[in-house]
Write a protein that binds this ligand. Structure first.
Ligand SMILES: NC(=O)c1ccc[n+]([C@@H]2O[C@H](COP(=O)([O-])OP(=O)(O)OC[C@H]3O[C@@H](n4cnc5c(N)ncnc54)[C@H](OP(=O)(O)O)[C@@H]3O)[C@@H](O)[C@H]2O)c1
Length: 434
């Protein structure tokens, strides 16, 4: 490969993911370079604390505390943004793209919040942006959507996009253990993000499904304004038992469902029938199921996070980055937007629901619940009363026939305000997948 260009790679962030990428690119450099058809050099890595011990072969001269010494170094062709966060990451990404560099990122939060600006800047300045590792870790789902399934329109994309929640739900079910005990264990094992809400309240999965929905439909759904987002905090063993008695499993489901010209993007805990492949994806694994009008149904399963799975996706992007630089290919991001498509309101979306509520153990309560639901045009399909540990209370578990998201929200508010229930009703969607 003498005389040929050597592609220089700079890193911003050398934590879990950064060190995984560095480790594999260094250790397997001979085979990687043959596969990439080009030589590369691990040029520089920026971190917050250059004195922290790293588990990789890196010299002091290769480390810096100044991200601009990576971004503004004219000899660096590829900048890997593996620092996380949004504001600083955006600033550095834009600065690199404006110099026509290639940026490789695993940062779903910055893409979800600022994707439109990032892609526009890449296009305008001839920079390129690759982000395979931002969704579903080791599953190459972005390549699948943009390349492998480019012929398709997608009526439904759904799956498990947060490994931490899947781990917690799997262990609750397997060990018949309450949520609080398993979350505590997950924290100890380092599975829960420092900002727990990202995992447990569904925001991390929301960032990821928002990116997939954009790639499939060309529309950005803002998790805070345009999506229904709820996490797994309220799930109890009573729900797990109900699920297994009814041949179903509880999963945190992220979904982008297109009905006519309306697109509903959501994340919520749901009951999936055991016959659904996604229901059988357990532990820290992720799954993405797709229904395309040309290909039909496909399901993709793999490790959704962790050092090596994520490094695998980042390295795939680096390979693409080198190929695109070697042949001066234009930015390959071309997302087709359907101008008729709009984001669905809760009045437009309907489904079947499971409700669990803690009610007074006295005559007339069931009739009052049924009448309150009927007031919102919601009819009950199944109803079960279960023993409660506290005197004078019972659990009421029920499923509904089809009704709208808006009506279930109104009914839950009325129930919460009524005298008959303690606290709030807990809701699971009954998910109809592929
Ligand atoms: N971990 C996963 O399994 C996973 C999976 C998929 C995607 N991701 C995404 O990958 C990205 C990195 O995640 P991670 O788990 O590797 O994070 P991490 O372990 O916390 O590493 C972050 C790295 O960035 C450096 N850094 C942070 N702020 C900086 C700043 N202002 N200036 C310079 N350096 C800075 C840190 O320096 P110090 O080391 O000195 O603190 C550290 O090396 C995130 O966007 C994350 O969402 C992670």
């Amino acid at each position: 490969m003498d005389g040929k260009k050597i592609f220089r790679i700079g890193f911003i962030g050398m934590g879990t993911v950064g060190q995984g990428v560095w480790k594999h690119l260094w250790r397997d450099r001979d085979i990687m370079q043959r596969r990439f058809g080009a030589e590369y050099e691990l040029a520089k890595a920026c971190v917050r604390d250059i004195n922290k011990k790293r588990d990789i072969e890196i010299t002091r001269q290769q480390m810096t505390g100044d991200p601009y010494s990576v971004v503004n170094d004219p000899s660096i062709d590829i900048v890997c943004e593996l620092m996380g966060g949004t504001d600083k990451a955006l600033e550095l990404t834009l600065a690199a793209l404006k110099q026509g560099k290639v940026v490789v990122s695993a940062n779903k939060a910055v893409i979800c919040k600022h994707g439109a600006q990032i892609f526009e800047t890449a296009q305008k300045y001839g920079g390129k942006y690759f982000f395979e590792a931002s969704v579903a870790g080791g599953i190459p789902i972005i390549k699948v959507l943009r390349e492998g399934l480019v012929a398709n329109r997608f009526s439904l994309i759904y799956g498990i996009l947060n490994g931490t929640c899947n781990y917690i739900l799997t262990r609750m079910e397997r060990e018949n253990a309450p949520y609080e005990a398993i979350v505590e264990d997950a924290r100890r094992l380092g599975y829960v993000e420092a900002d727990e809400s990202l995992d447990l309240d569904g925001w991390d999965a929301a960032h990821k499904i928002s990116i997939l929905a954009y790639l499939a439909h060309g529309v950005w759904a803002n998790p805070e304004k345009d999506m229904l987002v709820s996490g797994i905090r309220g799930v109890k063993l009573e729900d797990m038992h109900w699920a297994s008695e009814n041949d179903a499993r509880i999963k945190l489901v992220a979904a982008a469902r297109r009905t006519g010209n309306s697109l509903f993007v959501s994340v919520y805990p749901a009951l999936l029938p055991m016959a659904d492949v996604v229901a059988n994806v357990n532990d820290v694994y992720n799954a993405v199921a797709l229904s395309g009008d040309v290909v039909g149904r496909t399901v993709h399963i793999g490790r959704g996070a962790g050092q090596d799975a994520t490094a695998s996706a980042v390295i795939a992007d680096i390979a693409d980055a080198i190929k695109s630089l070697a042949v001066s290919a234009p930015c390959s991001l071309s997302v087709a937007k359907d101008s008729n498509l709009h984001l669905a309101s809760l009045e437009e979306v309907s489904g079947e629901f499971y409700l669990r509520m803690e009610v007074k153990d006295e005559a007339g309560v069931l009739a009052q619940v049924a009448s309150l639901l009927a007031g919102e045009n919601i009819s009950i399909e199944l109803l079960q009363q279960k023993k409660h540990g506290v005197e004078g209370r019972v659990w009421l578990l029920l499923t509904t026939h089809e009704c709208t998201e808006a009506s279930i929200n109104r009914a839950c508010k009325k129930l919460e305000d009524s005298e008959i229930i303690f606290g709030k009703p807990f809701v699971l969607r009954i998910f109809k997948g592929l």
